[in-house]
Design a protein around this ligand. Sequence first.
Ligand code: AMP
Ligand code: MG
Length: 519
Amino acid sequence: MTAYYFDNRFINELPGDPLTLNQPRQVLGALWSTVTPQPVCSPQLIAYSAELAELLGISTDRLMQPDWLGALSGNALLTGMTPFATCYGGHQFGQWAGQLGDGRAISLGELIHHDQRWELQLKGAGKTPYSRRGDGKAVLRSSIREFLCSEAMFHLGVPTTRALSLVLTGEQIWRDMFYDGHPQQEPGAIVCRVAPSFIRFGHFQLPAMRGELALLNQLIDFTIDRDFPHLSASPAEQRRMQWFREICTTTAKLMVEWTRVGFVHGVMNTDNMSILGLTIDYGPYGWIDNFDLHWTPNTTDAEGLRYCFGRQPAIARWNLQRLAEALGTVITDHSMLSDGLAQFDQTFAQAMGDMLAAKLGLTGWHESDSSMVDQLFALMTESEVDMTIFFRHLADLDVSAPDLSVLRPAFYDSVKMKHYRERWDAWFAQYCQRVMTAPFDIEERKAVMNRTNPCYVLRNYLAQQAIDAATTGDYQPLQTLMQVMREPYQERPEWASYAEKRPDWAKQKAGCSMLSCSS
Ligand code: AMP
Ligand code: MG
């Protein structure tokens, strides 16, 4: 039997909570608490990521053996696993919320395989000292959403935490899905998510806010040492400066990637921001169907639109400012922090230009292209055009003789298509002229565009269909959807239905357009 090596540096090197009482409370002077996953009655592995298992050195056969199945469902621990929950705070919807922490996430350990570190974390395995009023559990619908989207994002090439397994616990959990006083029982589930590090901005904010500066210093040094080893050689202050710059750079790039694929996170609180610039915490996220910079999937955010599609980069920057404030309590040279934020602006502008150029099939990005893109976005919004289909089909446009009908499948409303026809023709004339000023080889242009513009994304209604089927015990749609999401840039005739625009019935259906944080 293969043995697995867990080095568990987070708990071995950072101060832990001396109390082992598993009750909601403030945890001071510590970064983690010992917890034990709560056993479940009849665990059933309903999905797993074979590629990720391989990366971790776990054979898929082994995943189904009692030892791993036990670990993935919270019923057993493998040798070397020492479960813990971590302590962090965060700004939620712009307000400092104090201590939050892993309320329903329990890390099993840090697995080392081929010199790579992979922290395994169960989501939904029961209460921790950070559960506040929650039950520490997760329901099937939200677990399917986290599982599917983590893997879909990975295959799209977007930095993300991964998901190894999805286990049905056999338990029923009470949830008030619409927060309208009508709780219902739903099947419980556990996702095992995986990342090199689950450290969030909020991990630094909490000790800074509490004035626990020695703890904060310790966490900074630890994080750089463990998660940014390439920076370890520089002198201490300079190393911290490089570190903050890198966080700003990876976060800026992540925002460009979300924009590229039309992903809206939905809850960009500072506790949901990864120090590695990974997409983390899949809750009421959604995907853009008809292009709209003001769209948010999160019903809680419907009025403020704080976390809508178009505001994500500005919010990421705001979150980095909050992180900079926290670090500023122990970093004396504040110019280091403003330098990092300048780095965000610069990286974002550069990466956004490069991404838009690739999306549009331009050989490079010019300042003057911005107004063309603004006009495009406005037109796409007003005339209700599907983002994914539009960009994918744009590669098929003959730029020497543009014909709008190539893009017909992207329009949700034929009346609007007619109504906006002249404006579209004018835009295409401008666009084609721009393409021709610095032309690509036709085949190369198409190749660049097709690896930038996915054919398949995890449309909200597709995920919901997989959830509806799984709720009745049919996991086939979930498996097929996973299969499609594994190769999102490869068009296949047999998957044509997954590339279609959102059907009308899904426009106002719960789970397909409106999502709550209830999970
Ligand atoms: P989220 O909105 O998912 O980022 O969660 C915000 C905070 O609420 C985090 O500290 C979570 O751990 C906690 N939380 C969310 N759902 C639950 C739950 N069912 N039980 C305990 N804590 C939860
Ligand atoms: Mg969270």
